[in-house]
Design a binder for this molecule. Structure first.
Ligand code: NAI
Length: 460
């Protein structure tokens, strides 16, 4: 029997980060992962998509280059090579995690964990061997899997989720995506740039409905320019095979239509992975494992983090929770400040936001004043020919405290941390307006927005 201070279940961005932090805090730690290290983010999510979105971005740049006097007679697209490149990136990062675990003396068991009772875990190894592990504390970081809605006939159709879409052997001619959330739009951006005819079917009135309305409008405009069909307020009521293709029946206010395409991708959200936890009488919060503010579940000494507990299903949130759970497993009493969670969508243009959107602030009854600065006046964006975007600043009307920022445009996912810092430090528009920003950069638009908010803008 192997006895540890902490057992972490799951090697994704919640779990491996928790394991290393717990080890750094002086605890003996075992990390149990049945599959590859890195979880969804590294193996089937953030990193593979960003690598292929980079390839898609290159194609767009080459296509546009001709307008700049740069000849590009023909572009060849080798999907297998793109996927191979992506796999190399993933393998490098996976190796990095294995190295970090080793360097921090975290034991790594490759197998599927079943928590038998608080402190006792049975692991079925991938080679069939069983191991028993005991630990004073357990951190559950089991993650999530794609949610597949009950659509009539869907089981008879070959469909993909974000788990399997990279197994495609070629770039499809046509792709229908059910769900216009983050996964839906990122794949729409990627495949439309690679020449696929993409249709997105979104139940809400607009794509990325959780983001600021103007941001979703700007992205919709950009996707339509790339020939993406966006059906909003649309519900898929049935699916059926049609020759080698997949057909879906779509109901909208205007009537019913049938859309057939080579590939169907279902991207309507994710659900927690609860396998291995059924013997535990965990209190649940809807579909998710309930935790208190210290990330402890209803069972003492068992903590849970990441997609298992719902909230923001983002890798960086899982990691932040992993750090807090590790600290608390070592006897501290830490909490997370969810007020400052940056959200990034890696489409073209990118969307990045932090804090409250204007609608959320008004719904909460906050007295806010809003300033929008369009990238059409930004020299760097103009020089890049990427002016489809803006900065939207939401600040408290009386004191100017920054409450939320939404940005759309090039590099905004890299810039949003400045906004996070202001919100974290309770900074004001006055302070932001006085901060010298480098010229020419897209980041100047943040400073322009702050000055605009004060009625003192020079450049707009
Ligand atoms: P999501 O919750 O972002 O979007 C799902 C969308 O599907 C929603 O807009 C919803 O209105 C729509 N929908 C639901 N049922 C539908 C139906 N039957 N027909 C048509 N539309 C329907 O979920 P998604 O895109 O699957 O992503 C899962 C999670 O992964 C999210 O929490 C997301 O934050 C995370 N993620 C984050 C990324 C990032 O940070 N860049 C990238 C990809 C995923």
């Amino acid at each position: 029997m192997n006895a540890y201070d902490v057992a972490v279940i799951g090697g994704g961005p919640g779990g491996y980060v928790a394991a290393i932090r717990a080890a750094k805090l002086g605890l003996s730690v075992v990390l149990i992962e049945g599959s590859e290290l890195g979880g969804t983010c590294l193996n089937r999510g953030c990193i593979p998509t960003k690598t292929l979105l980079n390839a898609a971005g290159m194609v767009e740049t080459v296509r546009k280059a001709v307008e700049w006097g740069i000849g590009s007679d023909s572009i060849t697209l080798e999907w297998s090579q793109m996927v191979a490149k992506q796999e190399k990136v993933v393998a490098t990062l996976r190796g990095g995690i294995a190295g970090l675990l080793k360097a921090n003396k975290v034991s790594h068991i490759r197998g599927w964990a079943k928590v038998v009772s608080a402190g006792v875990i049975e692991v079925s190894g991938t080679m069939g061997a069983e191991t028993k592990v005991t630990s004073s504390k357990i951190i559950l970081a089991n993650g999530s899997k794609p949610f597949v809605p009950p659509i009539e006939g869907l089981e008879d159709v070959t469909y993909h989720t974000s788990d399997t879409i990279f197994d495609l052997d070629r770039i499809p001619n046509s792709l229908t995506i059910i769900g216009g959330g983050v996964i839906g739009v990122e794949f729409a951006a990627m495949f439309s740039a690679l020449g696929t005819k993409v249709t997105v079917i979104e139940a809400a009135g607009r794509i990325v409905p959780m983001e600021d309305e103007a941001a979703s409008r700007e992205l919709a405009k950009a996707l339509k320019k790339r020939n993406v069909t966006l059906l909003t307020g649309a519900k898929v009521t049935a699916a059926q095979p049609e020759a080698e293709r997949a057909a879906v029946k779509v109901e909208q206010a205007g009537g019913t239509s049938v859309i057939a395409s080579d590939i169907l991708l279902v991207a309507v959200g994710r659900q927690p992975n609860l396998s291995g936890l059924d013997a535990l009488p965990l209190a649940m919060d809807g579909r998710f494992v309930q935790v208190n503010e210290h990330l402890e579940t209803s069972i003492p000494n068992i903590y849970a983090v990441g997609d298992l507990i719902g909230g923001w299903q983002l890798a960086h949130v899982a990691s932040a929770e992993g750090l807090v759970a590790a600290a608390n497993a070592s006897g501290r009493q830490e909490k997370i400040d969810y007020k400052v969670v940056p959200r990034c969508i890696y489409t073209h243009p990118e969307i990045a936001s932090v804090g409250l959107t204007e609608a959320e602030a008004r719904d909460r009854g906050l007295q806010v004043k809003v300033e929008i600065y369009s990238l059409q006046g930004n020299g760097k964006a103009l020089s890049m020919d990427e002016t489809g975007g803006f900065v939207k600043l939401v600040a408290d009307e009386k004191y100017g405290e920054i409450i939320g920022v939404t940005m759309v445009g090039p590099h905004v996912t890299e810039m949003i941390t400045t906004a996070s810092a202001f919100i974290h430090l309770e900074g004001t528009v006055h302070e932001w307006a006085n901060l010298i920003h480098p010229h020419p950069t897209v980041s100047e638009s943040l400073n322009e927005a702050a000055n605009g908010w004060l009625g003192l803008s020079v450049n707009h």
